[in-house]
Write a protein that binds this ligand. Structure first.
Ligand SMILES: Cc1cc2nc3c(=O)[nH]c(=O)nc-3n(C[C@H](O)[C@H](O)[C@H](O)COP(=O)(O)OP(=O)(O)OC[C@H]3O[C@@H](n4cnc5c(N)ncnc54)[C@H](O)[C@@H]3O)c2cc1C
Length: 493
C-alpha cells in the first residue's frame, strides 16, 4: 500500500502547476528588491535544508521560501501572496504533526529568523517573536527565575504550540500556554498589523487562544510568567503484568491529586538502554514520569504514594533544574523520522478501556510507538469552556500516540495499528480533539475540536480572513460570500 492510500501524504498544492510557478515568480519579483530576509527558490543553496520540516512523513517542495527578517517582511510577503492568491504555509518551528508548515509549489513564510525573547522580570512578562522555539523562551526566562508553561520538547515551535493550546509539565499548576498569553500582534490576510488582547479586538483574542493559525501570522506574543527554577522529577517502569492495576490506580488517584503533581504514563516497549533492567528491555511496560512543581518537602509524601501505586522498577528521583526537565525528552523525538498520531479525550477511564489499552501494549508493532496518557485538570480546568477557543477542559484524560521510525515500508503497519486501536477506544471517548495532536488526514475532525464554539470561530475567521488565505491549518473556513453561495447552489443543481 502506498502512503497516499493512507490519505496521509496527500499533496498540499501542485508541484507541476504552471499557474503556481508563475505566481511564485511574480511574488519573487515583487519582493526581492525590498525583502530584508532570505528568498529561497529550489535552485538556491540552502533551499534543501530550509524545505524540510520535522515530520519525515511529509516531504513537499514549495516554489519559494520567504525567511522573514522582521515584521515588515512578514507584511510584504502576506500582501503579495494574498494579492496573487498563491497557496501559503506559515512556519515557526516546523513541528506540525500534520505537516501544515509546508506545501507543494506554493509559498512558505518562514519565521525562523525572528527569535527574539525579551523578559521584564519585575512585571513577570515576556515578549517573544513569532519564530521562537520553546528552548529559547526557557533559557531567557530562567535567567530571571521565571517560567512560561509550554510543551515538553524544547525544539518545538512556540507559535504553533501556543496558538493551538499548549500542554506540558506545568499545565496543572499554571494552565495551558494559551491561558498565559496577555496579548498578540499579528499580520492579517490584507497585510495589516493588528493588536489583540482582552480589550482590543477581544473576539480575535478569544479565537487566537486555541484557534491555531487560522487568523493571521502572529509576529509577537506577550506572555505571563511565573516564578520557578527547579522541580522534583521521578520516573520508573511498571511491568506488563502491573499495567492494568497501574492504570486503575492512576485513574482513581489523579482527580484528588494536588495541582503541583503531573504524572504522565507512556505504554510502550522498554528501550534497550543501560538504565533499563535487562529482562525488561524490548518488553511491554508502562513508563511513569512524575513532576512535582511545588515545595519539594511538601511533594515527597505525594510522590512516594504515587510511586507505591506503580510498583515500578528502576526508580529514580531528584530535584532537577527546570531547563533540564524541558530538554530531557528532546532526543526521543528527532527531526526527520516518520511520525503519525491520533488522539482524544476521556472523561473517565472505564475498566473496558483500560483492558483494551493493556491488551494493545502487548501487540505494539514497533519500539517507536507509544500510547501516551496525560491527566490535565488543575489550573487548566479552572477556565470555562466558552472563555477561549480551546474550549472544553472538563475531560481530564488525554491520549495520543506517536510512533516514529525511519523506514517508510513500516508506515502501513504502524499507521494501521494506531488507527485500529483508536477505533476500538473511540466509543469511550468524549467528543473533542486537541488540534495540535491531529494528523494531516483528520480535517474532518476540526468541527469536533471546536463544537459549540464553531459558529463564533467562523464569525471571527470571516472578519479577519474572508478568502481563507490562511488555510494550511486545522481549518475553519470563513462564511461563503452571497455570490459564492449562488455559484455553489448552481453547481449542485
Ligand atoms: C516533538 C514534538 C513535541 C510536542 N510536544 C508538545 C507538547 O508537549 N505540548 C503540546 O501542546 N503540543 C506538543 N506538540 C504539538 C505541537 O504543539 C504542534 O505540533 C505545533 O503545531 C508545533 O508548533 P510549530 O510552531 O513548531 O509548528 P509549525 O509546523 O511551524 O506550524 C504549525 C502551524 O501553526 C501555525 N503557525 C505557526 N507559526 C505561526 C505564527 N507565527 N502565526 C500564526 N500561525 C502560526 C500555522 O498554521 C502552521 O501551519 C509537540 C509536537 C512535536 C513534533
Amino acid at each position: 500500500m502506498h502512503l497516499l492510500d493512507l490519505k496521509y501524504g496527500e499533496s498540499l498544492g501542485e508541484p507541476q502547476d504552471n499557474k503556481m510557478v508563475e505566481a511564485s515568480e511574480e511574488i519573487y519579483s515583487s519582493l526581492h528588491q525590498q525583502f530584508k530576509g532570505d528568498l529561497l527558490r529550489p535552485s538556491d543553496s540552502g533551499y534543501e535544508d530550509a524545505r524540510v520540516i520535522w515530520n519525515g512523513m511529509v516531504a513537499r517542495a514549495p516554489a519559494l521560501i520567504a525567511r522573514c527578517a522582521d515584521v515588515s517582511d512578514v507584511q510584504k510577503a502576506v500582501r503579495s501572496a494574498s494579492q496573487v492568491g498563491i497557496l501559503t504555509a506559515i512556519r515557526c518551528g516546523g513541528h506540525s504533526l500534520a505537516g501544515f508548515s509546508t506545501c507543494d509549489g506554493g509559498l512558505v513564510i518562514d519565521l525562523s529568523r525572528m527569535r527574539r525573547v525579551t523578559v521584564d522580570a519585575g512585571a513577570r512578562r515576556a515578549r517573544i517573536s513569532g519564530g521562537c522555539l520553546l528552548g529559547s523562551i526557557d533559557t531567557a526566562t530562567q535567567k530571571a527565575g521565571l517560567v512560561f508553561p509550554s510543551g515538553v520538547v524544547s525544539h518545538t515551535g512556540a507559535s504553533g504550540l501556543i496558538l493551538g493550546g499548549g500542554t506540558g509539565w506545568l499545565t496543572r499548576r499554571f494552565g495551558l500556554s494559551c491561558d498565559n498569553v496577555e496579548g498578540f500582534t499579528l499580520v492579517t490576510a490584507d497585510g495589516s498589523l493588528v493588536r489583540s488582547d482582552s480589550k482590543e479586538n477581544p473576539d480575535l483574542f478569544w479565537a487566537l487562544r486555541g484557534g491555531g493559525g487560522n487568523f493571521g501570522v502572529v509576529t509577537e506574543f506577550e506572555l505571563r510568567l511565573h516564578p520557578l527554577t527547579s522541580v522534583v522529577f521521578a520516573e520508573g517502569l511498571s511491568r506488563e503484568g502491573d499495567i492494568r492495576r497501574l492504570l486503575e490506580r492512576w485513574r482513581d488517584f489523579m482527580p484528588e491529586a494536588p495541582i503541583d503533581l503531573k504524572w504522565n504514563i507512556d505504554l510502550r516497549l522498554a528501550p534497550h538502554a543501560r538504565k533499563v533492567p535487562i529482562e525488561l528491555r524490548g518488553r511491554p511496560v508502562a513508563s511513569n514520569s512524575l513532576v512535582w512543581t511545588g515545595n519539594p518537602d511538601h511533594g515527597r509524601p505525594y510522590l512516594e504514594h504515587a510511586l507505591s501505586l506503580c510498583s515500578p522498577d528502576s526508580v529514580s528521583s531528584g530535584i532537577v533544574p527546570f531547563t533540564d526537565l524541558q530538554t530531557m525528552a528532546d532526543s526521543n523525538f528527532p527531526h526527520g523520522r516518520r511520525y503519525y498520531t491520533k488522539s482524544g479525550y476521556f472523561t473517565y477511564l472505564d475498566d473496558r478501556t483500560i483492558d483494551r489499552m493493556a491488551e494493545a501494549v502487548a501487540t505494539i508493532p514497533s519500539s517507536g510507538i507509544q500510547i501516551e496518557l496525560a491527566y490535565l485538570g488543575g489550573a487548566a480546568a479552572r477556565i470555562a469552556a466558552q472563555e477561549t477557543a480551546f474550549g472544553d477542559r472538563s475531560a481530564p484524560f488525554i491520549r495520543g500516540r506517536t510512533p516514529h521510525g525511519s523506514d517508510p515500508s513500516a508506515d502501513v503497519r504502524n499507521v494501521s495499528w494506531i488507527r485500529d486501536l483508536f477505533n476500538k477506544l473511540r466509543p469511550a471517548m468524549k467528543p473533542g480533539v486537541y488540534v495540535n495532536f491531529m494528523s494531516g488526514d483528520e480535517q474532518d475532525r476540526v468541527p469536533e475540536a471546536y463544537q459549540e464554539r464553531w459558529d463564533r470561530m467562523v464569525m471571527v475567521k470571516s472578519h479577519y480572513d474572508p478568502n481563507n488565505f490562511f488555510r494550511l491549518n486545522q481549518n475553519v473556513p470563513p462564511q461563503k460570500t452571497p455570490c459564492e453561495k449562488v455559484i455553489a447552489i448552481r453547481i449542485q443543481n
